[in-house]
Design a protein around this ligand. Structure first.
Ligand code: ZN
Length: 85
């Protein structure tokens, strides 16, 4: 299976989505973003149950961005400037 087909967004909202990550999860992985505060997410895999953000949540977050045409950050986006322009 092609890598870009691994995440199937099953339900999309303004501020998040539910998705299945093939072939790992046959249950929905959920992510949601609030205007203020921390994002919410859930998965039921072993990694997540240990308190980690698991691969599935990362994959769904990236797929959700792509589905909304969010441009991938470039290297320059990560550079913080201490000076004036
Ligand atoms: Zn997971």
């Amino acid at each position: 299976m092609a890598r870009e087909n691994a995440v199937e967004i099953t339900r999309s909202f303004n501020n998040g989505c539910k998705a299945v990550v093939h072939p790992d999860t046959d249950y929905p992985v959920k992510i949601g973003f609030a205007r203020v505060g921390s994002p919410e997410f859930s998965c039921i895999c072993a990694d997540y149950s240990y308190g980690c953000i698991c691969d599935h949540i990362i994959a769904v977050a990236i797929a959700y961005d792509w589905s909304r045409d969010v441009i991938f950050p470039s290297d320059s986006d990560w550079v913080t400037s201490g000076g004036s322009d």
